[in-house]
Design a protein around this ligand. Structure first.
Ligand SMILES: C=C(O[C@H]1C=CC=C(C(=O)O)[C@@H]1O)C(=O)O
Ligand SMILES: [Mg+2]
Length: 467
């Protein structure tokens, strides 16, 4: 059993109610407690009954932060393009400005925190597929479990209004107790996968060939084109069944699930966009791909050939150049190795160059996200022209695919991944997405095969066979 010891929560709530009455504004109380280890997946899973549709899950590749959130005490969302990064940041800052924070541990990823992201391209014509997600969409959870550095922390976020009284404290205690004592739920098997529909594969290949012709004589150097698989199940699939498999099979990835209004965006991406911890900033260049070998010899051979392949090295270098430029605008020191290394995932290996910087004082993570998104690993080069090309050429409504997804805490620390190797789960159906960087040397058939490999982690997690 998990128990939470002594609490200052009551006092915090009463003082927040007084402040709410004075200012006629809701006031957040956020309390952080250390607790005995709870498995974050079980916490997410046990929250199904009370908080289905209002949950999120996050794990980085090294498990430095595993965060699971239940309920929404505040939704911060904006549609449209203009200033969505700054609007979101301002609203968040206003929200936490008056917050009463009861936290003696000061660990990043605990206390007031919002989880969510930004759609890939708010100017792309919308199809309805992503109607449950806004162009900028963040949840502040009511209850959150954070495992950081192997220690578990439990955050309770309570909104106090001018109409509340001391009863609110009792209500929170009761609700919290129910959550912490919730029994582990069995993870249901995935329902049968009845249909896998490849959306317009021939047209996709034609688009690639057309683009390759264009790239040979154009200021455009690279454009990432993506495609979609639509899956149908025998009955509604549960996010935790997919999440459970991803946690088992994709340990080296960022693993995420983000529920909104009945849909769930879920995935296992190897790619960091940006992480900020104090003054340290981390990013990653990930582009250039090849499959895994059947045995270690052939795998090594494939890896070596990727490290020497001109087409893939160029595809990768565009990403390095752009990220270097964006980082140098906001960081005093930027360290980037001269040559890429291999990042090996279960089904694929990539060219990978890590990036570290020392943040210039006061640059918030959203400015970094704004500058970096989309890197040429997801958009292309030059950025603006590439995004316009994708908007014009791609049949797909990317929504949150290839977009920044992650968290920001009240001290400005946070991490955003690039949400590739991902899927939108909608009850009995799901859409999977995969794309690849097209350069002047690309070949439509081999890019098509590359996307097929990139579908595999999610297809497997959904109980499908390989294409
Ligand atoms: C766009 C995707 O992958 C990117 C990340 C790594 C390698 C890539 C590539 O080699 O094309 C892509 O740029 C995707 O998986 O949907
Ligand atoms: Mg590629």
């Amino acid at each position: 059993m998990v128990t939470i010891q002594e609490t200052e929560l009551r006092e915090g709530i009463l003082s927040a109610i007084r402040l709410a009455k004075e200012t006629v504004q809701p006031v957040l109380v956020s309390e952080v407690q250390k607790i005995a280890d709870i498995d974050p997946f079980s916490f997410f899973n046990a929250g199904r009954e009370q908080f289905l549709g209002e949950r999120f899950f996050w794990k980085d590749p090294d498990s430095r932060h595993i965060i699971a959130g239940l309920g929404n005490c505040r939704l911060i969302q904006h549609d449209g393009v203009r200033g969505r990064f700054t609007k979101t940041e301002k609203e968040w800052n206003r929200f936490i400005e008056t917050a009463v924070i009861l936290d003696e541990y000061k660990t990043s990823g605990t206390g007031p925190l919002m989880f969510g992201g930004f759609s890939f391209d708010p100017l792309k014509e919308k199809t309805g597929l992503w109607s449950k997600f806004s162009d900028s969409h963040f949840h502040v959870p009511k209850y959150m479990l954070t495992v950081a550095g192997g220690q578990a922390y439990f955050t309770s976020n309570v909104i106090c209004t001018q109409h509340d009284d001391a009863d609110l404290y009792e209500k929170v205690l009761q609700e919290r107790q129910i959550i912490l004592l919730a029994q582990k739920q069995p993870v249901l098997p995935m329902p049968a996968l009845q249909e896998v529909i490849e959306i317009a594969p021939e047209e996709w290949k034609e688009s690639v060939s057309e683009l390759v012709r264009e790239l040979k004589d154009s200021p455009l150097k690279k454009v990432v084109l993506a495609r979609e698989l639509r899956l149908r199940f025998s009955k509604a699939a549960e996010a935790e069944s997919v999440l459970f498999r991803l946690l088992k099979e994709q340990q080296g990835s960022f693993i995420f699930a983000f529920e909104s209004n009945g849909d769930c965006f879920i995935g296992a991406t190897p790619e960091r966009l940006v992480k900020k911890e104090g003054n340290s900033v981390f990013s990653a260049c990930l582009a250039g791909s090849i499959g895994r070998g059947a045995d270690s010899d052939s795998d090594e051979k494939l890896g070596r050939s990727l490290l020497e392949d001109q087409k893939n090295l160029i595809e990768h270098q565009y990403v390095v150049d752009m990220i270097r430029e964006a980082m140098e605008e906001t960081c005093d020191e930027v360290i980037i190795p001269a040559t890429p290394q291999l990042m090996k995932m279960k089904y694929i290996q990539h060219l990978y160059t890590p990036v570290i910087g020392k943040n210039r004082r006061g640059t918030p993570i959203f400015s970094l996200v704004d500058r970096l998104h989309p890197t040429p690993a997801l958009g292309g080069l030059p950025k603006k022209l590439a995004v316009e090309k994708i908007r014009e050429m791609e049949r797909l409504d990317r929504g949150y695919y290839a977009a920044p997804l992650g968290w920001l805490d009240h001290n400005g620390n946070g991490e955003f991944a690039v949400a590739i190797r991902s899927a939108l789960l909608q009850g009995e159906e799901a859409s999977l997405f995969a794309g690849c960087g097209i350069v002047a040397d690309s070949d439509a058939d081999s890019e098509y095969r590359e996307t097929s490999i990139k579908f595999r982690p999610m297809l497997n997690a959904f109980g499908g066979n390989n294409l």
